[in-house]
Design a protein around this ligand. Structure first.
Ligand code: URA
Length: 260
C-alpha cells in the first residue's frame, strides 16, 4: 500500500494533507525520513509520524445520530463537535457532508476519501431526505415551485428538482404534543401566522441551509429539521441522539455502488 494511503487509513490526515506532511519530512519508515508519498510499504515496515508509531486501522464507516447543538467539524474552538461523541480510538474520522448546528439526524463519518466522494460529489446526485416542521402554509403553486426549483440566492441561485411530501397541516396548537421535547429554532412570533406544516423534503444537492432556504422562499419557517435518509440508507431507529454504530458491509456497498 502507498504511504499516503496508509496514513489516511490510519487517521493521521486526509490523503492530500498526508502528501504535504510526508514532503515536510515528518514521516519515517524503519527509522529513515521518507519524503515520497508514493512509496510502497511492506507488511513489516514500521511507520512513525512525528515520532509516534502509526497503526493501520483500515477503512472505517459509521452512522451517527447527530443531536442539535453540535457542529459538523473535526474541531471547533467554541462548540461541541460531532467527533466529541466518538471514542478516542475512533478519532481520525471525518464527517461526510455537513448538517447545520441545529439540524439533527443521519450523518456518516469515515476515514475513506472515496466513500466521501461517492456521496458528496455533485455529479453523483445522492438523495437526502429530511423531515421538517415549519410555520406557514403550503399550496399547489408553492409545492410546484419547491419541486421544480427555487431561487434561494441573491440573484440566480436555483435549486435542482426536489420532492415534497406534506404529511401534517393545521394550527400550531393542534401539534403541541408532537413538538414537545423537540429543540425548536427561535423565531419571531409576530412574523408568521399560527399555521404549521410537517413533512419530508428530498433533495439531491447540498447547498448551505438548503432546506430552510427552500421553504423560506415560499413563506415557511423551519422550526425543526432532521435528516432521515441518505440514498437508500435510513437512520437506524435504534440509535438515540448522540449514538453511533458501524455501517455494515452491505450498507457501504449500497452507498458506494449506487447508479447515478
Ligand atoms: N438543509 C438545511 O437547511 N440544513 C441542514 O442542516 C441540511 C439541509
Amino acid at each position: 500500500m502507498r504511504l499516503d494511503k496508509f496514513l489516511a487509513e490510519s487517521g493521521v490526515a486526509p490523503r492530500k494533507k498526508n502528501r504535504i506532511l510526508i514532503k515536510e519530512g515528518r514521516v519515517m519508515v524503519n527509522g529513515e525520513i521518507i519524503t515520497e508519498p508514493a512509496m510502497i510499504l511492506k507488511e513489516s515496515d514500521i511507520v512513525l509520524f512525528d515520532g509516534e508509531v502509526v497503526t493501520h486501522q483500515g477503512k472505517r464507516y459509521y452512522m451517527f445520530h447527530k443531536p442539535a447543538g453540535c457542529v459538523t467539524a473535526r474541531s471547533d474552538d467554541r462548540h461541541k463537535t460531532v467527533l466529541d461523541y466518538f471514542h478516542e480510538e475512533e478519532q481520525g474520522l471525518f464527517p461526510v457532508g455537513r448538517l447545520d448546528k441545529d439540524t439533527e439526524g443521519l450523518l456518516f463519518l469515515t476515514n475513506d476519501g472515496e466513500f466521501d466522494y461517492a456521496l458528496m460529489n455533485p455529479s453523483k446526485h445522492v438523495e437526502k431526505r429530511y423531515f421538517f416542521w415549519a410555520l406557514g402554509e403550503m399550496n399547489e403553486e408553492k409545492r410546484n415551485g419547491i419541486e421544480t426549483g427555487v431561487e434561494i440566492g441573491d440573484g440566480d441561485l436555483f435549486t435542482k428538482p426536489a420532492k415534497l411530501e406534506i404529511t401534517e397541516s393545521g394550527e400550531v396548537s393542534e401539534f403541541k404534543d408532537r413538538l414537545e421535547g423537540l429543540k425548536l429554532r427561535p423565531f419571531n412570533e409576530g412574523a408568521y401566522n399560527r399555521r404549521l406544516i410537517g413533512g419530508y423534503l428530498t433533495i439531491s444537492e447540498g447547498k448551505k441551509h438548503q432546506v430552510k432556504r427552500m421553504l423560506k422562499a415560499h413563506g415557511c419557517f423551519v422550526l425543526y429539521l432532521k435528516r432521515v435518509a441518505i440514498g437508500d440508507i435510513e437512520l437506524d431507529s435504534k440509535l438515540q441522539k448522540g449514538e453511533y454504530r458501524q455501517l455494515t458491509i452491505e450498507e457501504v456497498q449500497i452507498l458506494m455502488n449506487r447508479e447515478n
